[in-house]
Design a protein around this ligand. Structure first.
Ligand code: ADP
Ligand code: ZN
Ligand code: ZN
Length: 754
């Protein structure tokens, strides 16, 4: 072999978070050329004694780090079944390739931070006194407004013989360690600790009541499990309204999978990881289940990973990152609320948990099944289901009883015409008053996203849209309207081009304003407000929700945060004050997001015994997203939406790559962005649509200018090819020092527009 023509592999031995950026370089012998790829498990001579060790290939390169003659050679490829670690490295390699990032960043995403190992303790609280005494004590707490104590006792009294995991009390019930200490000093509760390993099958016994699945539920479970037993591995989508029994289906499937000696990963959006949901899993699975929260420290996360890899638990529940739990034998991955945008990572690699789960399911030994669930499936998932890539199940019945709420659309143009200038339509005002009179609760909800800024006519509902991209334009300084995909601009006109009225303006409304208005019109109502301002401190989110749940307020005003997770049986009226806010967010997912938010919000009303009613206020009562949400008709929404996406080649009908360019110097950034575009042009890939560079929606943050190029193509492989080419360009720029002044990120099928 000629000197200099060697190829090399950067290999990590003894993989851990801290060591991923200290790989060792080995030479790839001729017989292994082409057989090794990132993620491969190889044996290498290591250290002074050249002991044989196993390592994982991170990268293949032709750039030697040392004298190639002195670089040691790889001995061979390790055969046999992949370890959990090896699978994670392979998954990282896949993420690197498909989403664009460095191998190091991809590895850091999938590998937990290691910490010094110590004995793992698991703590519980339980009642230390009789139920009668505890009830008396509870009553006295209620009188003294000791709400934290109230919450603890309430949870314990619900099932007096049951222990509750400590982390649920401090985390989900939002009770401080001091409160727990005070209660245990009084002897009211007992805190128990036990070494985790000594007692794998503990006595948080499955005390949950036995539920017999309905025929529809049973069919889903049987279908998935018999596929599994027949060696069929695929992705399933359960489309089922809230309360239709999806969670029970998951629990049953997990039962079956565990019986087969496998493990299960359950992804739930962080915001929906409520105490009630988690307790359902704890009640059923006892100590075999654990929770991953974003609030866990790196050490605690490492503990969870260790428990999983050592076979101490079978089920992990958590947000997107729980996907990387190193179970030895995953059989089932469940993604609940599959449509949630939090399943997409906002940092490199910008992976989507759904796609990554499907890839992981292919990599694990024997393969795993993937089950997606949602009341409002993402267009992506439903589209795949329609094409037969996923198997679709429907659950259409609410099992909780309670009727679906009555939904009314209030036409705000009509309100204006009749001289009503308040934020509330007359109908909503009446309903609020009625609910207050009855002692029921009300949720008022504004689906505000980032900067609103779209411009519309309050008289006829006309919205200024980009003629090229069919998304709303935003108002910028100097009275210009700008499209955030293509950069098209036009001046705001004084009169409506549709009806000629002069009520043309940017749309603005906030939670504070609504709170004020409620105080003005309903001075006796007690109001709680939940938005970014009131939830800044830790635990405040849970605090507001539990205050509302215990009926310390009549009205809860908030952003989309309030529509998820929690169940408030006393809420009978839900008002969506301006559906237009999300409808006119200037990105192609606006319709989908509106449909989801409206459906979820509507589902908040009438959960208990009283029937609920929902008022959707809008200037565009004819919009299909609003009409189909009011009718709770997913199918007709889907049909309209997918034809819009197909027409304009937006995902999932095509794929889209966003290339974000950040630079401190505006001109330099523009120049480089134009160069990147020119490189893409030069590839001349048939069917490519290139838009931009244009300024991002937020064109400058912390003095850094942000530009975006969008590339659309039917085939995602074409986009990966473009990304690979650009990565090469960036590597060259890096070696020339250009990247010191520039940052470039890739985002495939972006969820949030930038
Ligand atoms: P989803 O996850 O779709 O919102 P859940 O699984 O939480 O629905 O079910 C809603 C409610 O109905 C829960 O209180 C649950 O215990 C109950 N439930 C679910 N399946 C059944 C069943 N087969 N029989 C009786 N109750 C059920
Ligand atoms: Zn008009
Ligand atoms: Zn445009």
């Amino acid at each position: 072999m000629e000197k200099g023509s060697y190829s090399f592999a950067n290999i990590i031995i003894d993989i851990s978070h801290e060591k991923v950026d200290r790989p060792f370089q080995y030479r790839i012998p001729e017989k292994l050329q082409g057989k090794i790829e990132p993620g491969s498990c190889v044996s290498v001579p290591f250290g002074r004694g050249n002991t044989k060790r196993c390592g994982y290939v991170l990268e293949i390169t032709d750039v030697p780090q040392f004298d190639p003659e002195k670089t040691k050679e790889i001995l061979g490829i390790e055969e046999g079944e992949m370890s959990a670690e090896g699978i994670m490295v392979q998954l990282a390699a896949w993420m690197r390739k498909n989403y664009g990032s460095t191998m190091i960043n991809a590895l850091r995403t999938v590998i937990p931070v290691r910490k010094k190992s110590k004995t793992l303790l698991r703590r519980y609280i339980k009642l230390g006194v009789s139920v009668e005494m505890a009830t008396d004590f509870y009553d006295s707490c209620v009188k003294k407004h000791q709400v934290a104590r109230e919450r603890v006792l309430n949870a314990l009294l619900e099932n007096p013989s049951e222990r509750i995991p400590y982390e649920l009390v401090t985390g989900k019930l939002n009770v401080t360690a001091q409160v727990i200490r005070a209660l245990s000093e009084k002897g009211i509760i007992i805190v128990e600790s036990e070494e985790y390993y000594r007692n794998p099958v503990g006595d948080v016994s499955a005390s949950g009541k036995q539920i017999t699945l309905s025929t529809e539920q049973e069919n889903i479970v049987r279908s998935v499990i018999s596929d599994y037993d027949n060696g069929v591995r695929q992705t399933y989508l359960i489309h089922g309204i809230t309360g239709s029994g999806k969670t029970e289906v998951y629990i049953k499937m997990i039962d079956e999978i565990i019986e087969r000696g496998k493990q299960a990963i359950v992804l739930i959006p962080e915001i929906a990881l409520t105490y009630q949901t988690l307790m359902r899993f704890y009640r059923h699975f006892g100590e075999r289940v654990s929770v991953m929260n974003s609030t866990l420290s790196p050490g605690e996360k490492y503990d969870q990973a260790r428990r999983a890899s050592e076979g101490d638990i079978d089920i992990i529940i958590g947000p997107r990152s729980a996907l990387f739990t190193p179970f030895p034998n995953v059989g089932l991955i469940i993604i609940d609320e599959e449509h949630e945008s939090s399943y997409k990572s906002e940092t490199m690699p910008k992976y989507h948990a759904r796609e990554t789960a499907i890839e992981l399911a292919k990599l694990v030994p024997g393969g795993a099944s993937v089950v997606l669930g949602s009341a409002t499936p993402s267009l992506e998932a439903y589209y795949r289901a329609m094409k037969g890539e996923y198997k679709l199940f429907e659950l259409n019945r609410r099992l909780t009883g309670g009727t679906l709420p009555e939904v009314e659309i209030a036409d705000l143009r009509e309100e204006l015409r009749s001289g009503n200038r308040s934020i509330f339509s007359r109908s909503l005002q009446e309903k609020i008053q009625e609910a207050l009179d009855m002692g029921h609760q009300i949720m008022l909800f504004i689906n505000r996203r980032g900067l609103a800024g779209f411009v519309s006519c309050r008289s006829c509902g006309y919205v200024f849209k980009c003629p090229h991209c069919d998304v709303s334009m935003s108002e910028h300084r100097g009275g210009m309207l700008v499209c955030h995909y293509c950069g098209y601009t036009q001046p705001v006109s004084k009169n409506c081009p549709e009806c000629g009225s002069k009520y043309v303006s940017a749309f603005r409304a906030g939670t504070q304003q609504i709170e004020k208005e409620v105080n003005k019109i309903f001075p006796k109502a007690r109001v709680l407000r939940m938005d970014a301002d009131t939830t800044r401190t830790k635990g405040s989110y849970e605090k507001i929700l539990s205050a509302f749940a215990s009926e310390e307020a009549d009205v809860l005003v908030g952003t989309q945060m309030i529509v998820k997770g929690h169940d408030f049986p006393n809420v009978t009226v839900v008002g969506i004050l301006a559906a237009d806010m999300s409808l006119n967010a200037s990105d192609y997912r606006a319709g989908e997001r509106t449909f989801q938010l409206l459906t979820q919000a509507a589902g908040r009303a009438g959960r208990g015994t009283h029937p609920g009613s929902v008022v959707i206020q809008t200037y565009q009562p004819d919009n299909y997203a609003i009409i189909s949400a009011a009718a709770q008709d997913y199918q007709s929404f889907y049909e309209e939406e997918i034809s819009y996406r197909s027409l304009l080649r937006y995902p999932p009908a095509a794929h889209m790559l966003a290339i974000q360019i950040w630079a401190k110097d505006e001109n330099f950034g523009k120049e480089r962005a134009n160069k990147l575009r020119a490189y893409i042009d030069r590839m001349q890939i048939l069917g490519t649509v290139i838009i931009g560079p244009a300024f991002a929606a937020i064109s400058k943050i912390n003095d850094i200018f942000r530009m975006v190029i969008y590339v659309k193509h039917e085939d995602d492989k074409a986009l990966t090819e473009i990304k690979d080419m650009l990565e090469k360009v960036l590597n060259v720029w890096e070696s020339k020092g250009v990247m010191r002044y520039l940052q470039v990120q890739f985002d495939f099928d972006p969820m949030n527009f930038m």
